[in-house]
Design a binder for this molecule. Sequence first.
Ligand code: FES
Ligand SMILES: [Fe+2]
Length: 425
Amino acid sequence: MALRARDIVNHDATLIGRKAWTDPHIYELEKRGIFAKSWLFLAHESQLPNPGDFVQAYMCETPVIVVRGADREIHANINSCTHRGLPVCRADHGNATKFVCPYHNWTYSVEGELLAIPQEKHLQSKADKGPLGLKPVPRVESWNGMYFGSFDPEIEPLDAYLGDQRWYLDAFFQRFPSGVEFVGSPQRWIINANWKLPVENQIGDVNHGPFLHSAVIPPEANREVFELGRSAVTIPGHGATFRLMPEGTPVEHVAWGFEGMSALLAPEIHDYLREIHAHAEERVGPIRARMKGLTYGVFPNLSFLWSNTAFKVSHPRGPGRVEYWCWSVVPADAPDEFKKILRGNHTTLFGPGGIIEQEDSEAWSQQYVGSRIDFADDRPYYYGLGLGEEKFHPDLPGLVSVTANEFYARHFFLRWRDALEKVED
Ligand code: FES
Ligand SMILES: [Fe+2]
């Protein structure tokens, strides 16, 4: 009999069975119950300023072309020819006036309509091209310049889906006078781990920092996380971790980043950040001006590492593989030289060969291997740390607790379990 989600996640998600990360049937349920029913990140508007601009994206394992059409609207279509299924666009990004499939040259408009079938000039009958366009992603919506798509035509609006998570996201995305931009193409790499492992890490697991990253993260940064760090869960599956600096903290102590790593940042960056933070209150209000972000997660597979301005999507590639995409996000009005330095900082720490990324990836790969070993299925993992200690907070939306509380993961897995149960036979 097929494994059921309820057999993996117990009633309060304090115990999670190892097969959550390894079982092929569960993985298929995740596609139908989660990836077919959620809002999935596609692209940022800064990547698509002009008509014809396009980028590639994935929605789970499905390749999608995201393009700004001649109508200036954003369109998302599955990148698969309706003749025999080949991708009609192979470039990662660029500007196009049409997409031509390489196999038999069926030709599509950038918005996805089928324009021409070259073979037809030798034939008397003509195909009805109306239904033969690229398959559109049924829902595309944006928030703060970030475009998301969903395969579920009935899904709630993106605003409602994000809910109060927007309050936390805005703490970063509204912080800069001219907004943010995504720099270049994402870095991409494969990790031999389940897609949920990076996700869980970044919804709220900042407490591995002093241990796994002990050689890199300085003690004073760890102390600050333990003393001032908070986790928030606005809607189960989303999460935010940050330090809420005490009132009156000088702006240079609020400016983002692992301060102990400031050697990696040029002095001009510190000046720029000081200036931004000096005026943060006007843009995001007094509480969020004191927030010094760590990591965020948006259900199901989007992460944002505020401290190193890395925006990441964990694309599943089977139960045991992740294709990890990572963009550098920078303030749009920062001088080019600063953007370059910020990108270098992000790559040094969290790119494919990043110092911290390597340690994290190894941990996720080992957890995946540990989840597959024989004779241990009767030992689910313990997710009970801090059970019930999360509370509502007068100034912060959602349930809030210290960062050692694993409630962010329990909430994620309760949502995960419910989503899978809806599509179980
Ligand atoms: S597969 Fe695309 S034109 Fe034949
Ligand atoms: Fe880490």
